[in-house]
Design a protein around this ligand. Structure first.
Ligand SMILES: Cc1cc2nc3c(=O)[nH]c(=O)nc-3n(C[C@H](O)[C@H](O)[C@H](O)COP(=O)(O)OP(=O)(O)OC[C@H]3O[C@@H](n4cnc5c(N)ncnc54)[C@H](O)[C@@H]3O)c2cc1C
Length: 460
């Protein structure tokens, strides 16, 4: 694909017109500003605009349209496909849209799309309130919410989009829309799972829930076929106050795990019971008896402690894939063990998230996340250290995914990587795809927002 030439007055023009900061390749903070989370993806954009308001967003959109330069939209920078940046193009970086206005009486919050899940969670917890996001504090609201949001409150309160009440979004024509169930409901539907296809969200209005901490944290146990199948059975049988993530992986050299277990396969469990302490202890008990814990840090904790501190300079290179399965019985757990044991990647993991609860009660067509009946979300990953190692890691990944495939073709868009149309189609099956394409045709007929899991506009 040919890239349009960069006009010589691009930077001065933008500096003159926008309120936020315009960062060009010769600025000292250019490299820091363009960094995204995953290693091995390193685009050098022509310019990064740290927009200060919706007006800036409209100005930059107009510049992208006029110059023909490719446009990327960045919030937390966690896109596995590197969609938060673009080679030779313009990046709308929303990280300075970080306002948070909490209404403790109505239990709602207006949150800037550049906030991270962690920052929002900490601020809301000061009022004993929470909205569920994912499992990682540094993920940005912009990408997480527009794609769905599956995290530690998913069984109790649904996906993040199930708690989205309204949004402010700037579309490809530069118009600012305030959308909700009653105002432009199609556009509101599309941004609940349809990703960045429809415009740049500047603010989200989210529902907050009372949450006086959780009973949970980290539980590390030896992985065997029995402990894996037992974990999933316990997670399925648990009250929906409990959401869990089982990371079956080789144990990193963590100081609180005895050295003899380092490198061995473990279940690195993350559990969160959103309810009272006593009931929480009861809900966690079946997990603790699955195998002698190597580390048990589960206890009543403030909810923000589910999101441990992260190293901002950590940029792993990994192959990964995502899928849904219906069951993890003993044969499936044995297959998981076999494949993890067969790899010598410095880190390889099968992440299992039991869904259900509130997330499964939302009608399939209520949002653009159509996977309400899918029971267990699986993410498989392996790190690679050198580029020439990637093909064999990819081959291992493909064989692993094939071995546990149970016929569910759907995928959660926020874990889809750079997989072309097939990955996007799997995220948006049948009627969801058709409705998204039609709404795209209305709001972005020229596909200006295409650096994403792209749904091309349906012809008018
Ligand atoms: C370590 C890690 C852990 C994760 N854990 C979870 C998890 O537990 N649950 C879960 O649901 N997901 C999880 N994810 C996936 C994550 O939700 C997606 O990668 C998401 O797209 C990241 O959002 P971002 O804003 O950080 O990324 P970015 O790379 O900044 O943005 C990704 C894309 O989102 C769109 N976008 C961003 N901002 C806006 C905006 N303001 N308006 C419109 N579109 C926008 C754009 O298309 C952009 O290309 C995880 C990812 C990583 C890397």
């Amino acid at each position: 694909m040919s890239i349009s030439p960069i006009p010589s007055d691009l930077i001065p023009q933008l500096r003159e017109t926008v309120h936020g900061r315009v960062i060009a390749p010769d600025d000292t903070d250019y490299d820091a500003a363009r960094a995204i989370v995953y290693g091995g993806i390193d685009p050098r954009p022509a310019v990064i605009v740290r927009v200060a308001d919706a007006e800036d967003v409209a100005t930059v959109i107009a510049t992208a349209r006029d110059t023909g330069l490719p446009l990327a939209v960045r919030s937390g920078g966690h896109s596995g496909a590197g969609h938060g940046s673009v080679e030779g193009g313009i990046v709308i970086d929303v990280r300075d849209l970080d306002g948070l206005d909490i209404d403790t009486v109505a239990r709602t919050a207006w949150a800037g799309s550049g906030l991270t899940a962690g920052a929002y969670t900490s601020a809301a917890a000061e009022h004993g309130l929470a909205t569920g996001f994912g499992d990682t504090g540094s993920v940005g609201l912009g990408g997480l919410i527009t794609g769905g949001g599956v995290g530690y409150l998913v069984r109790k309160h649904g996906l993040t989009i199930d708690n989205l009440l309204a949004a402010e979004i700037v579309t490809a024509d530069g118009q600012v829309h305030m959308v909700d169930e009653d105002h432009e409901p199609d556009l509101f539907w599309a941004i609940r799972g349809g990703g960045g296809n429809f415009g740049v969200v500047t603010r989200f209005k989210l529902r907050l829930h009372e949450l006086d901490g959780v009973v949970g944290g980290m539980l590390i146990q030896p992985a065997t076929a029995e402990s894996i199948a037992g974990f999933i059975a316990a997670a399925e049988a648990a009250p929906e106050e409990l959401s869990t993530i089982a990371n079956v992986m080789n144990c990193p050299p963590m100081p609180f795990v005895a050295e003899e277990h380092h490198g061995k396969l473990v279940i690195f469990g993350m559990l969160a019971y959103a309810g009272g302490a006593e009931a929480g202890e009861r809900a966690l008990a079946p997990f603790r008896t699955l195998a002698e814990p190597l580390a048990d840090m589960t206890k009543p904790i403030p909810y923000p402690e589910m999101f441990p501190p992260e190293d901002p300079d950590y940029h792993p290179t990994a192959v990964s894939t995502t899928m849904f399965i219906d069951r993890v019985d003993l044969p499936v757990a044995e297959t998981i063990m076999e494949h993890l044991a067969a790899s010598d990647a410095s880190l390889r993991a099968a992440q299992l998230r039991v869904l259900g609860g509130a997330s499964a009660r939302v009608p399939v067509d209520a949002t653009a996340y159509a996977h309400r009946a899918s029971r267990i979300m699986v993410n498989l990953a392996a790190f690679y250290d050198r580029e020439d190692d990637k093909p064999r890691r990819q081959a291992w990944l493909d064989a692993f995914a094939k071995a546990i495939d149970q016929g569910d073709r759907a995928r959660y868009v926020n874990f889809v990587g750079d997989e072309g149309e097939a990955g996007v189609r799997a995220a948006y099956p049948g009627a969801t795809w058709n409705r998204l394409a039609s709404i795209k045709g209305t709001y972005d007929p020229e596909n200006l927002f295409r650096r994403n899991q792209n749904v091309p506009p349906a012809a008018a």
